[in-house]
Design a protein around this ligand. Sequence first.
Ligand SMILES: Cc1cc2nc3c(=O)[nH]c(=O)nc-3n(C[C@H](O)[C@H](O)[C@H](O)COP(=O)(O)OP(=O)(O)OC[C@H]3O[C@@H](n4cnc5c(N)ncnc54)[C@H](O)[C@@H]3O)c2cc1C
Length: 481
Amino acid sequence: LSKTLQEFWILDELKDIVGPENVSVEDSDKDIYSIDVSLPTRTWADRGGLRPRPDFIVFPGCTEEVSEVVQLANRYDIPIIPRGAGAGSMGGSVAFTGGIIIDMKRMNKVVRLDEFSYNVTAQTGIMQIHLEDWLNDRGYTTKHYPASIYCSSLGGFLACRGSGHFSSKYGKIEDLVLNMEVVLPDGTIINTLPVPNHSAGPSLEKWFLGSEGIFGIITQCTLKIKKLPEAYRFKAVMFDSLHDALETARKIMISGLKPAVIRIYDEGDTQQIIKNVLGEDVEAGGYMIIGFDGFKEVVEAEENVAKKIWEEQNGRDLGADPGYNWWKNRFNSYFPPYTLESTRELYCVVDSCALHENVEKIYNAMKSLIETKFAQYDVKFIAHFSHWYDWGGSIYPHYIVGKKPQDRDEFMRLNNEIWCAATSACIDNGGLLNEHHGLGVQLSRLMKKQYGPAIKVLEKLKLGLDPNFIMNPGKLGVKGK
Ligand SMILES: Cc1cc2nc3c(=O)[nH]c(=O)nc-3n(C[C@H](O)[C@H](O)[C@H](O)COP(=O)(O)OP(=O)(O)OC[C@H]3O[C@@H](n4cnc5c(N)ncnc54)[C@H](O)[C@@H]3O)c2cc1C
């Protein structure tokens, strides 16, 4: 769109829908909305490059307004890009081909608390921390504690299938969902069925969880809640090797125990996080934080059973203090001065998940490939393993480039090359493209490799739901017009 009569008309219509104060075409806003937390968008901005800017930014106040904006976009064939808090790290909320960014932040209300069936309904523009604080004040919790709880919205987590620190016991965000309200790409407002486990056909909500806005905009959601727990117990345990720590996590998860958290740090991440950020004086090996929550007697009993398992693997109990130190300071590594995001480093997270049998294999394959193939750039590959399930676990590696190119294009090219090499090695060894950050633009190109012919299911669904291909084009690697 150029700044023409066409823009004037559309702007005027948008103002009619959401109110004049809730639309922006300011250059400064367009600049801000041209980045998220992804390294490519920040690098480009930092080095003065032109970025994909939206034509309009709108702030709807209710579902009907979202629907009307989407209908308008269909009439004029303009892309729509849903945006929560813009803290995604894959470029998912960036207007790749221009269009209307629908910023959900005004839709931030708690709609209903059900203290009988234990659930809460909220609009999806609410920041996760605000929802959690609101519930905590009433004695409840969602148990969804992602590291970005302060900077991301409920809708963003639903759209990217986010994971929190307590996912091993309570699941990822999708495991908390009872139902959702969604605005489809033609503007139709639908509700998925009231409960998720039924035999009344497929689970509609599953199509929208992880769809990163390409199938519709999630406007409201009902989540399961719990009472705040009576007790927490955290411990740190040290193993001679990463292998022993990973094996312990596997044995604990398949035993039927329900730890709220198991986090394992390899040697590099023990240095980076446990020593540098948490200030613990520990040797190298496999460092584990394990925690339980719930009734006092139950958490004590669970920890005792887990202890037998880690002792079989020669785990040494470092006591409760380092465990509570992690719990109290767990967000520090994501904020300045510790986060690499606050520097101009070339580094990225290439997280994944896999069956137990593949977790260590994937870590070894990625590490040896990245540290050998890119040795000339002095690349370090470090990881922790922070979400565990009865079937497998996640791998959360960073690569950090010691000798980074100064030239912007070269910097970006190298980043893409390392990222694609790491992720391809992961897929080749049975891993998934991502665990909780989604794919955005960054990983779209590997969707075909991941899905094979099954990509057709997503493409047909996209075509059926969004024949004009207006919803978040360029994301999730699904073919457009
Ligand atoms: C320091 C830091 C730590 C992080 N730690 C974690 C973590 O522990 N766990 C975790 O899961 N993630 C983590 N993330 C990643 C980030 O928080 C998630 O990707 C989150 O889902 C982004 O939410 P957002 O509201 O910022 O979404 P945005 O960045 O605004 O959008 C992300 C994607 O979701 C789509 N979207 C947003 N809202 C909607 C909606 N209502 N309907 C449809 N589509 C929508 C957008 O179009 C885009 O594709 C971290 C990020 C940072 C910066």
